[in-house]
Design a protein around this ligand. Sequence first.
Ligand code: FMN
Ligand code: SF4
Length: 413
Amino acid sequence: MDKREILLSPIQIGPHTSLNRFFIQPMECSDGDADGNPTDLTYKRYENLFKGEAGVITLEAITITDKNRSRMNQLFIMPENQPALTNFVTKLKQLNPNPIFLFQLTHSGELSNPEFSKRLAVKLLPGFEGDIFTEDEFEKIMADYVLAAKIAYDAGADGIDMKLCHGYLGSQILRPYNTRKWKYGGPWENRRQFAFDLYERIRAAVPDPNFIIGSKLSVWEGFPGGMGTAGPDTPVIDLSEVIDLVKGLEERGAAYFVQSAGSPSITISLTQADRDHPYFAYLHQYFAKVLKDNLKPETVVVGSNYSIFGNGRNKLLAVDREDRSLLTYGAKNIHRGYVDMIALGRQSLADPLLPLKFREGKEDEIDFCTACDNCLELLIQQSPIGCCTYNRFYTEVLKETRKKKGRLVVDHT
Ligand SMILES: Cc1cc2nc3c(=O)[nH]c(=O)nc-3n(C[C@H](O)[C@H](O)[C@H](O)COP(=O)(O)O)c2cc1C
Ligand code: SF4
């Protein structure tokens, strides 16, 4: 197996060609301005990513409404943001026209932060607080999703990622725990219809076949009633609904899926394997393979949770020691047919230039993520986010944040 040949080979995503197998995860970094537009800090992050030459770059979770959101300085995608987003995409594409640029559309639902927005839930999880939305309120949300997709298209994005993961609104509706009696609640046929309707309405609003639609989804949320479980009150893994979902979305034009797992406000280590629980990364590879085995060969499956592998200095046990490192393990999973592309989350903060350095044969110059999770601390504290290990600016942001708010030990339990 030649990892360079594998990772640097092109792949088709719908009508677009990704020049390599590196897929930049959406990474929300809380540095928008008061109107939800990108700032210089936002631009700098994406400028580096575009210079870094990954085949696909995803714009972080961008909220379809400022009324229900989880981050104070999140990016918004509402009609008022269209000019700023158009300018943002234009500048980045002038820098490097090659990467496929996707926008991840989100609504936070019950994960909205009540300090500055309203929590809206389909059915509150135990211990969660907020308001239950009415069907009329939900129709407005559906219309906002469709409008946001149209804005992304008009702004020059190559496609969208309809977020169906990590406990945000998409997963709240799809999960078996949504037993509420309404249009999109109860039996699976009702719950899945939410995603089917959304895809169909978006396709009708943006009929251009060049515009890619896909989703990142939590294959198993890891708590009773979560996505990928056998019922509303059991944690037992049952992927039949998820498999049916991806097949149905594929029929409705999904060109790719990013496999993920967990719901970070509840099962953080599952969403992003950490130093104490690195082995959760292996569960991700299994989930990715299940998607791959059940989809058409041309539907691209992107695997998550590669940052923990880093340069191979980790606690993972691998039969072949080389398999403990991101590049070798990632290439091997593509070679074995488990995934088509490998996604870089924290690693894209640690070194946005990884694909470029790899292409130029400068592997030894790559800054590998150490999984210290200081960036996660910044996320939870609502500070601007970046890598605190390799980027001095964010080391200072972390120091300032701790001075103001105290040190937060991320609870990985
Ligand atoms: C600071 C931070 C921001 C994130 N923002 C998003 C986001 O906007 N959308 C999303 O789907 N996942 C988000 N995630 C999760 C990552 O995209 C990814 O799924 C997770 O970190 C596992 O990948 P990794 O091991 O490569 O980091 C975020 C994670 C971190 C640490
Ligand atoms: S702060 Fe730590 S976990 Fe986050 S990207 Fe940097 S090295 Fe990785």
